[in-house]
Structure formats: structure tokens, C-alpha cells
Design a protein around this ligand. Structure first.
Ligand SMILES: NC(=O)c1ccc[n+]([C@@H]2O[C@H](COP(=O)([O-])OP(=O)(O)OC[C@H]3O[C@@H](n4cnc5c(N)ncnc54)[C@H](O)[C@@H]3O)[C@@H](O)[C@H]2O)c1
Length: 336
């Protein structure tokens, strides 16, 4: 397959590019390097610096690449994704995540690129009341980030219907870990996700890790969330692309472990690997007790089977961060 990876210099796009290239596929990366890094782009991929908010820039990539053969599949990872930032800058989120997609789809229609794999998020479900999220559960996002992902999903649906396109919309739950080569991984400091917070504490970049709430209605009293290794996630994109290549159906599927880990379980697993201070605090408003993906659709339809466990996620994330810090100390790079 020849695949255009939009946002391929970022965390998940780079891991998917690596898996695609390992699978013998041809990869072209389009990225504006706003949150991604050129160092994340696989050396075997062709790279274009371009912004999806600029139709002409996207057009130039498609026009240049047509000379080597059309794209079989477009994978779209490029987005802004920090929930707190989206609450302060909703228009920037709509412009990047919705308008940027509109322009990309417009160019895809022009070049008759008919298959799209799209990064969506559990954020489309919002404040879910069910403990196991299914794809046909109500979608009621509670922040602009989730709204833009839902708007994007709806746009893809209608454009696909009008222009005979097929899509695979993948709704990720919590993603963690780094590629086994330790050449790519999660390298952002501003995130407020559990695993990065634990890692920053373990590396001495934070004073202590806070566990918010220990009186939830769960076996150990802490919130349960669904974590998936980024390499397993990347693998699902390859299966999604093959699914689109093999037939004429579209699909929306959750990607998660399907079981979930409590905050305490993640903390204990991390403490087995490295020592760091932590503290219990009161619940934060709005945190549901349990948020876990029903992944039966991805498993049944795509044949997807996540392989990597929590320990591997934590170990690889930590090792990658150590590698980056070592490079920074040697003057090679900086943590963005
Ligand atoms: N990381 C997660 O846990 C998670 C969870 C759910 C959904 N997602 C979705 O997965 C996708 C990838 O997330 P990620 O964690 O890899 O983020 P990331 O920030 O590492 O990657 C996004 C990439 O897109 C690029 N980009 C952003 N805006 C662009 C634009 N206008 N034009 C061109 N390139 C642009 C960035 O430079 C970056 O390389 C996003 O769509 C996100 O909404 C991520």
C-alpha cells in the first residue's frame, strides 16, 4: 500500500509509520511540525512540511506524489488534542481539527483518494454513564476537543456517502508506551495524562504524583481507565487500512484494552519499576469511576488483538524518556 500519513511526525502517526514501513508499505508523511518532530519521521518515509489549514499546501503534496502513484489510503492523525487548551482556544481547535479535515477531504475528493483511516477519541462519548463504552452509545462531548472530533466524524460520514469514499474511524482510549526501538515515543511535557505524570515524577521533573480520589465505587477505590500500547494501536491502523482495501464497507471502532486498570494498579506497576513520591487527594470534579472500551468490534471485524501489557507500556515510555534526556544532556535534542 502507498499511505499518506497526515500528522506522521507526531506520537501515534510516527508509530503507525514505523509499523507500515516494517510491513513493507510505502509511507509519505505530511506534517506542519507544530507538536511533532522531524526526528520522529521514519528515514524511509518521504516527508513534506505542510499545514492542513492551507488547501494549496495539501494540494501540492497530492500533486507531487501523483507522479509516483496514487495514495491507496490516507491516515489522518493531525490535530490539536489538549483538552484544557481546547477550553481556552475553541476556535483554534475548530480551525485545525474541523476546517483542516474539510480541506484535506476536499483535496482527497479532487484526487479521488477514497480511503481514510481517522484518529478519533473516547472524548466523543463525553460523560458516559455506562462502564463499558460501545460505539453506538450516545456521543455527548463535554469539551471543544471532543466536539471537534465528533464534528470530524460526522463530516467524514457525509463526505464518504456523497463521494463514494470508505472510512475507518478509530476511537482511541488512553494511549501509552514507546516503540521497542526507543527511537520514537511520547515526548510532550504539557500533557496531564496519567502515564506522563507518573514518568515525570519518576524522572524527578515533578515533586510528587497525585492520586485524585480513593473512594470511588471500584475494587480499590480509585478510577479505572483503559490503556493501550501505542504499538498495538498502530497495528490496528494497518488492519483498518487492509479492511478498507479488501471491501467497500466503512467502520467506526473503539481501540482500548477492553479491561482497564485502576489508578492504583498503574501506580503499583510503576513503583515496581522505579521509586517516586505520591500522595492521595480528594476527587476531582467530573471524573467518572470507570471508563473502559468495549473493543469487540475491532477484535471481530478487524481481527485486532492487542499484545502488549501495562508493564511494557510503562517500561518503554520510561526508557524512551531516559533516552531523550540523555540526548538532551549530550546537546543533541531537547524535550519539547
Ligand atoms: N495521544 C492520545 O492518547 C490520543 C487519544 C485519543 C485520540 N488521539 C488522536 O490521535 C491523533 C494523534 O495524536 P498524537 O498523540 O499523536 O498527537 P501529536 O501532537 O503527537 O501528533 C499530531 C501531529 O499532527 C501535526 N499537526 C497538527 N496540526 C497540524 C496541521 N494543521 N497541519 C499539519 N500537521 C499538523 C503535529 O505537528 C503532530 O506531528 C490526534 O488526532 C488525536 O486527537 C490521541
Amino acid at each position: 500500500m502507498k499511505v499518506l500519513v497526515v500528522g506522521g511526525a507526531g506520537y501515534i502517526g510516527s508509530h503507525t509509520s514505523y509499523e507500515l514501513i516494517r510491513g513493507g508499505h510505502e509511507v509519505v508523511v505530511l506534517d506542519n511540525l507544530s507538536t511533532g518532530r522531524f526526528a520522529n519521521v521514519h528515514p524511509a518515509a518521504r516527508f513534506y512540511t505542510a499545514d492542513i489549514r492551507d488547501r494549496e499546501a495539501i494540494h501540492q503534496v497530492f500533486a507531487a506524489e501523483t507522479a509516483y502513484g496514487a495514495f491507496d489510503v490516507v491516515m489522518h492523525f493531525a490535530a490539536k488534542l489538549v483538552v484544557e487548551e481546547s477550553l481556552c482556544q475553541p476556535l483554534a481547535y475548530y480551525q485545525n481539527n474541523v476546517e483542516g479535515l474539510r480541506l484535506l477531504l476536499d483535496v482527497m475528493v479532487e484526487f479521488q483518494a477514497r480511503r481514510l483511516v481517522f484518529s478519533s477519541s473516547a472524548a466523543v462519548y463525553g460523560q458516559t454513564t455506562t462502564s463499558l463504552c460501545r460505539e453506538d452509545d450516545p456521543t455527548l462531548p463535554i469539551n471543544p476537543y471532543g466536539e471537534t472530533k465528533l464534528a470530524a466524524e460526522r463530516m467524514i460520514h457525509w463526505v464518504a456517502q456523497a463521494h463514494s469514499m470508505q472510512y475507518c474511524i478509530l476511537r482511541y482510549f488512553n494511549v501509552a508506551g514507546a516503540d521497542a526501538s526507543l527511537r520514537i515515543g511520547l515526548d510532550k511535557d504539557q500533557l496531564t495524562w496519567l502515564v506522563p505524570l507518573i514518568m515525570q515524577t519518576a524522572l524527578g521533573q515533578r515533586d510528587k504524583f497525585m492520586v485524585f480520589g480513593s473512594d470511588y465505587d471500584t475494587p480499590d477505590g480509585t478510577c479505572i481507565r483503559d490503556y493501550i500500547h501505542v504499538t498495538d494501536l498502530a497495528e490496528a491502523h494497518l488492519l483498518g487500512a487492509h479492511y478498507l482495501m479488501m471491501g467497500d464497507q466503512s467502520l467506526t471502532a473503539n481501540l482500548g484494552s477492553g479491561s482497564g486498570y485502576s489508578v492504583l494498579q498503574v501506580l503499583q506497576a510503576a513503583l515496581e519499576l522505579f521509586d517516586f513520591p505520591y500522595e492521595f487527594a480528594d476527587r476531582r470534579p467530573g471524573d467518572p469511576a470507570r471508563l473502559v472500551a468495549d473493543t469487540s468490534r475491532a477484535r471481530t471485524v478487524l481481527g485486532w488483538q492487542p499484545q502488549l501489557d501495562l508493564r511494557t507500556m510503562l517500561e518503554s515510555d520510561y526508557s524512551y524518556r531516559k533516552t531523550l534526556l540523555g540526548q538532551a544532556e549530550a546537546g543533541g535534542t531537547t524535550m519539547p
